[in-house]
Design a protein around this ligand. Structure first.
Ligand code: PEP
Ligand code: MN
Length: 357
């Protein structure tokens, strides 16, 4: 496979698509060629080594798949990407001319492996994309980025993939996006490319559109999406893959918004709304401070009368009363419970301090 310097920032949005796994040469080439014909893709992806939760599941075709990727690259003229989970994978992929290596969520959690892979990529001109770790730990994600930087991979050749977090509970999505953790990474690494992975967030085709559009609304730099020429027959992640045609339709439906606008009416409205929000934030915290002063008073009378802090019946009735107003307030129940819980914890902390000797 001929080496060609691929640059991460050259296209925005950057769209990566291809099968979860390379299964056979025919399936890999049929999918990649169909994607190239649809014309909505910048980089082709296919997993060669698959880290699977259960032994005995399909664990990837291994190095022979690299030759299929090389052929897909030759036929389409598009750069190619694959997941590496060890130094050996990285060496083999680089030797085969893979343009983009990504670190999977199950590897980002392991600093030994990340360090080995970082060392193996030193001196290469490959680009590295780092998926968030399985569990919601931003420090681990950031640590992986730093290991590559320290191994001499320049920041402009490193990107992030947000694929959601496994939280042990099954909500709407297979992996909870927890968008705020991706924002946290963006603050730690300003300007570093952030790609959304709606396929692994959703785990099903049903929500791909809403998650992909959310990533675009949040100013992500691109997407990585799984596409298979015959999704129902896929050897891994069958429920979340799209045919190349459906993938192209999805791409055409995404509205990539401008980062900013100089339109005077827009600028004026934004400035007014922001001033109003700053004022409201300030009022919210003045009110919370007033509320805590009253909690302190309650703490004092509880202390002076030898009564415990936690009066659980009282607290449940506060929560019920507010949550019952969820629709009227146009605030989700989850949000109301989270805010109330934070207020309650602060209030208990205040009262507990009063009761210390
Ligand atoms: C994949 O991209 O196919 C994959 C295994 O993803 P993740 O590491 O996000 O589970
Ligand atoms: Mn997959």
């Amino acid at each position: 496979m001929q080496q060609r310097p691929f640059r991460l920032g050259a296209r925005r949005p950057l769209i990566i698509a291809g099968p979860c796994s390379a299964e056979t040469e025919e399936q890999t080439l049929a999918t990649c060629e169909a994607l190239a014909r649809e014309g909505c893709v910048d980089v082709l992806r296919a997993g060669i080594w698959k880290p699977r939760t259960q032994p005995g599941s399909f664990e990837g075709v291994g190095p022979k798949g690299l030759a299929w990727l090389a052929e897909a690259k030759r036929r389409t003229g598009l750069p190619v990407a694959t997941e590496v989970g060890s130094a050996r994978h990285a060496e083999q992929a680089l030797a085969a001319g893979v343009d983009l290596l990504w670190i999977g969520a199950r590897t980002t959690v392991n600093p030994f492996l990340v360090q080995e892979i970082a060392d193996a990529t030193t001196g290469s001109d490959a680009c590295i994309l780092i998926k968030n770790p399985m569990h919601p730990d931003v420090a681990l994600w950031a640590g992986a980025v730093t290991r590559f930087e320290q191994a001499g991979i320049p920041r402009e050749r490193i990107g992030l993939i947000h694929r959601g977090f496994s939280t042990g509970t099954h909500g709407r999505y297979r992996n909870d996006p927890m968008w705020h953790l991706a924002f946290d990474m963006q603050s730690r690494f300003p300007g570093m490319m952030m790609l959304g992975d709606p396929s692994h967030i959703c785990g099903t085709r049903r929500y791909l559109q809403e998650v992909a559009q959310t990533a675009a609304n949040l100013n992500y730099d691109g997407l990585i999406v799984e596409s298979h020429c015959d999704p129902a027959a896929a050897w891994s992640d069958a429920d979340q893959q799209l045919t190349p045609q459906a993938f192209a339709e999805l791409m055409r439906s995404i509205n990539w918004r401008a980062v900013k606008s100089e339109d005077p009416a827009y600028v004026r409205t934004l400035a007014r709304c922001r001033a109003e929000i700053d004022q409201i934030d300030s009022e919210i915290f003045d009110l919370l401070s007033r509320r805590m002063r009253i909690a302190d008073r309650i703490g004092e009378v509880k202390r002076d009368n030898g009564v415990v802090i936690l009066q659980s019946g009282r607290w449940s009735s506060i929560v019920e009363k507010i949550v019952a107003r969820s629709a009227e307030l146009n605030l989700s129940e989850d949000f109301l419970r989270t805010v109330l819980e934070a207020i309650h914890l602060e209030s208990i902390d205040h009262q507990n301090r009063l009761m210390q000797p």
